[in-house]
Design a protein around this ligand. Sequence first.
Ligand code: C5P
Ligand code: MG
Length: 297
Amino acid sequence: MVSELDKATVRMKDPEQVKNIISALRKGGAGKLQVISDFDMTLTRFGFNGRRCPTSHNIIDNSRVISEEGRKKLKDLLHYYYPIEIDPYRTMEDKLPLMVEWWTKAHNLLSQQKILKSDIAQMVKESDVMLRDGFNIFFDQLHQSRVPLFIFSAGVGDVLEEIIRQAGVFHPNVNVVSNYMDFNDSGILKGFREPLIHTYNKNNTVLKNTEYFQQLCTRTNILLLGDSMGDLSMADGVTSLENILRVGFLNDRVEEQRGKYLEAYDIVLEKDETLDVVNGILRFILPQTELVQPKSP
Ligand code: C5P
Ligand code: MG
């Protein structure tokens, strides 16, 4: 059915159930489908050549416009809070206030750095960020089939939009809900807009007042992509949900987190830096449009 599911990176608690969901998604077709995806470390690579790739926040943290002192403080926050974010032995309730603390401190530091709106494109260009291999097939396939792609990110919206714009895949079927920067009249960063989105509130509470909320409810078959346990609630706003396939990228502390991920995600992709499996599933679900061949003279 989907040969990519035989890849060595794929793990499933119940392969039969996965098969049934994929069949149901195919039956429903493009008209009923929407893709709800996390951004950082889900659509972007976790590592490349043995080095970590940056999140949308890290792109700003590491950029030349941040003072040395600011960069050090932001790095200290990352080293303190990231291990808490992914700690498999702490509950989400326990982590939640600490995540609010991390995002708040980081956003306050960034807001003191006189970042210009016009700096963002260059920051992204100079960064080591990479979308996962196969990203162009993923974005283009959804666009061609008119399937909405909803990116729900606790990262920085202005930065992530710039990443997909520079990659040439910010098609009109893409909607983003994320943390957006607030600039003053001179184009200098003065803060971040509400509501604050962090790893563990990616759910209805932040979606209720967004424009996208209505549209979200009309497509009842869902392909959900995430890399964190917090990404599992991204589809909670869809009231009349029919079928959902959850695909989780397990990037870090693989052995310790495997059990939890297998319970929560239908398909777990371990240290897989590609979108191959997702693209294989979409190829099976969506009717394939003929590639337009250039006319010979
Ligand atoms: O797009 P996504 O929801 O994955 O973005 C959130 C990610 O950004 C978190 O998983 C977190 O590790 C990372 N982060 C960061 N720096 C911050 C806050 C969050 O790198 N200041
Ligand atoms: Mg993520």
